[in-house]
Design a protein around this ligand. Structure first.
Ligand code: 3PG
Ligand code: CO
Length: 557
């Protein structure tokens, strides 16, 4: 990857003290200030104080929909597109949209990727592995439908679906509905076309296959064993039975369903992957597909014992890692996120430190740098991962590693070794996804305490800060009626585990920020992409002219 040099800003001097860029994951702004707004309910003195500097140094920005390259404004924000936007300063059509277009035009079937796997898909079995829901964050069911229908039109006769249940981007007890829906469609296609499609294996996404950033390879192992080897502690003769049983009357959230495998009457798995088969992972989002892709693609692999590594043709619906070129075969070209800010900062000699805990470390490195893993320039960048707890639902430990992240980032601020220090506090997002209100309130307070530690450190060294968020989550813990009142079913509030469509706050300040800098008032529709030029300006550089405009000005009001 090339680096580029930035020009000095005409009116803002080059910052001589560190700049903190702090992202609160899943911290949106809701118009509803009741107990179901966990951020409102939490003690958040640091963020409250920042809010008091509105409008000049605190405002709201868009974090969802077309402002971050998603197909429509009905799409909630998410961390991938959010951090892509924060790092790259440009609105780029995101994976979801690229896949939509390719399926719509049929290009997917004439592309290099399909051509590379089509013979295996026709002669053997086509396996489809991914998240079964309409969440639109990692995957979408309508795309899966088009993919299956298209494959059948392409002459594929045997498909095995390996279906992970969601409960994070959609309601936490919707897995039975989704697997029933898929089974219904499959039965219809089978009888209409005389073909053989079956749901073969699955499990909850937090337990099976969809780990990220190598937080816990055991999750991927469970998935590989179920999907590829046909081995799981639980076997059933139908997928609907599997999910229904393992949900234990909704005592188990969809995210945490144990791995399962469908077997025939003789107890033999119906969809283990065999030599000569084709496998497609149909999630368009990268982070949680990288590890399973490595397990499927890499000959050299030591993260767990694969026992059997079948000779297959494997393609991702997208390429997930642009640096590793993984998977090497993909059906739809990924969004091209070029000339992200890191390339300019490194090219201008800026020293960068990035930190979060395992669950989010790639957000401030991999996503930030346009879905590229690794360093651009090891002499100028340092990425530090604080190990996340493994195997737990984070409502059990809502503070997560916020204090540790704060401690390590504070050290970086005080060290004088870096010009830009960026970090992500995962709490409001990771605990928000559990739908547990009380725990989420605790998580928001923990993130706020982390922010306070960092703002104090910035104060101490005379630096400046930019605090923002990547999308909403914790501010909406319940589904609402049109009038905003919480929805109740059988006297219980309807829990919302997903992200939201809400805007997010951005605040700037610190002793190092020139007094004459404030937010412009002429960009009411600004979004996350506008943040990039903002921090580039704060450093004393002019942003590249194709970036979305900076939020700040030095002009007199
Ligand atoms: C996840 O992957 O955990 C959720 O689907 C989305 O959360 P994130 O976009 O905040 O990572
Ligand atoms: Co999230």
């Amino acid at each position: 990857l090339k680096s580029h040099k930035l020009k000095p800003h005409p009116t803002i001097p080059r910052a001589t003290k560190p700049i903190l860029i702090c992202v609160l994951d899943g911290w949106g702004e809701s118009e509803y200030h009741d107990k179901f707004n966990a951020i409102h309910a939490a003690e958040t003195p640091a963020m409250d104080e920042l809010r008091a500097s509105a409008p000049g140094r605190w405002r709201l920005i868009k974090a969802h929909g077309t402002a971050v390259g998603l197909p429509s404004d009905a799409d909630m924000g998410n961390s991938e597109v959010g951090h892509n936007a924060l790092g790259a300063g440009q609105i780029v059509d995101q994976g979801a949209k690229c896949v939509d277009r390719s399926l719509e035009t049929g290009e997917v079937w004439s592309g290099e990727g399909w051509r590379a796997i089509q013979d295996s898909a026709r002669a053997g079995t086509l396996h489809l592995i991914g998240l079964l829901s309409d969440g639109g964050v990692h995957s979408r069911y309508d795309q899966l439908q088009l993919l299956m229908e298209g494959a059948v039109r392409q002459g594929v006769r045997r498909i095995r679906l390996h279906a992970l249940s969601d409960g994070r981007d959609v309601g936490e007890n919707t897995a039975v509905k989704w697997v029933t829906k898929a089974q219904g469609d499959i039965d219809r296609w089978n009888s209409e076309h005389g073909i053989d499609i079956r749901i073969a294996s699955g499990g909850g996404r937090m337990h099976v296959t969809m780990d990220r950033y190598e937080s816990d390879w055991a999750v991927v192992k469970a998935g590989y064993y179920a999907h590829v080897l046909g081995e799981a502690p639980n076997t059933y003769t139908s997928a609907i039975d599997a999910v229904t049983d393992l949900k234990r009357n909704n005592e188990v959230s969809d995210q945490w369903v144990d791995p399962w495998v469908v077997v025939d009457d003789g107890g033999k798995p119906v969809g283990a992957v065999q030599d000569g088969d084709a496998v497609v992972t149909f999630n368009f989002r990268a982070d949680r597909m990288v590890e399973i892709s490595k397990a499927l693609e890499y000959e050299e692999f030591d993260h767990f014992d694969r026992k059997r590594w079948p000779k297959i043709k494997f393609a991702g619906i997208m390429q997930y890692d642009g640096e590793l070129k993984l998977p090497s075969i993909y059906l739809v070209p990924p969004p091209l996120i070029e000339r992200a800010s890191e390339q300019y900062l490194v090219g201008s000699g800026v020293r960068i430190f990035a930190c979060s805990e395992s669950q989010k470390i790639g957000h401030v490195t991999f996503f930030w740098n346009g879905n590229r893993s690794g360093y651009l320039d090891k002499n100028l960048e340092e990425f530090v991962e604080i190990k996340s707890d493994q195997g737990i639902s984070f409502d059990k430990k809502p503070e997560m590693k916020a204090a540790k992240i704060a401690e390590r980032v504070k050290e970086a601020i005080l060290s004088g070794k870096y010009d830009v220090i960026r970090c992500n506090f995962p709490n409001s997002d990771m605990v928000g996804h559990t739908g547990k209100l009380k725990a989420t309130v605790i998580s928001c307070a923990a993130a706020d305490r982390g922010v306070k530690v960092l703002l104090d450190a910035v104060e101490e060294v005379g630096g400046s800060f930019l605090v923002t968020a990547d999308h909403g989550n914790a501010e909406e813990m319940v589904k609402r009626n049109k009038d905003g009142s919480p929805k109740y079913t059988d006297g219980e509030p309807e829990v919302l585990t997903s992200h939201t469509l809400n805007p997010v706050p951005i605040a700037i300040g610190g002793p190092g920020l020139p007094k004459n800098i404030r937010f412009r008032e002429d960009l009411p529709g600004a979004g996350l992409t506008n943040v990039t030029a903002t921090y580039i300006n704060m450093l004393g550089f002019e942003a590249p002219d194709f970036y979305e405009p900076s939020l700040i000005t030095t002009d007199k009001p």
